[in-house]
Design a protein around this ligand. Sequence first.
Ligand code: SF4
Ligand code: SF4
Length: 205
Amino acid sequence: MTIPQARIVSRTACEQCRMCTDLCPRYLLGHHIEPHKMMRALSYNLEDVSELKIAQLCCECNACELYSCQANLHPKTVNVLYKQKLAEQGIRYQPTQIEFKPREAREYRLIPSKRLIAKIGLTSFDKPAPVTQLEFRPESISISLSQHIGAPAVPVVAVGQQVNAGQLIGKIPDNSLGAAVHASFPGTVTEVSDNSIVIKVGSYV
Ligand code: SF4
Ligand code: SF4
């Protein structure tokens, strides 16, 4: 279903039973999110989104769409629509408290995994999947020096150097935020560039 279709169906068919709110994990943790009110706002086509800032409390877990709503409506999608409208107008939810107490009903409203799996049609895939131990030993490995949004690591090894598994091969640049890089296998460094370090896997200890 496309977002415009979800919008039309949600607008016309919500019966305001509030199951989406009562089972919402964020609501049960004590946050003031109430997706059924977003559905109501959509039905009445409320234009003043400044009163609908609670949409920003939705973490888009999708429990309301995949499980809670017995009418198969789209409260999460409606939350997302209002989040977009709020973002366009530069409006942000400001919490009025810093500590949240889970609602007393929470322990009775947790979603059973088996029921969720059945609801989304995955029961036939819910089989035992034991782990098989395999020894993985590649001939060589290329380790990226930039594996996140921080500064790329700076190489601290040179071509021809032997390294052990777990040994530091790239350090965090001075005065920067980043992450150090370590060898995942023992071996000989065969290539060092600004982007990566290549290690020919050996058996150095
Ligand atoms: S979206 Fe579904 S669960 Fe939420 S109030 Fe409407 S009908 Fe009920
Ligand atoms: S998608 Fe949002 S509104 Fe729906 S259950 Fe998750 S947090 Fe609650």
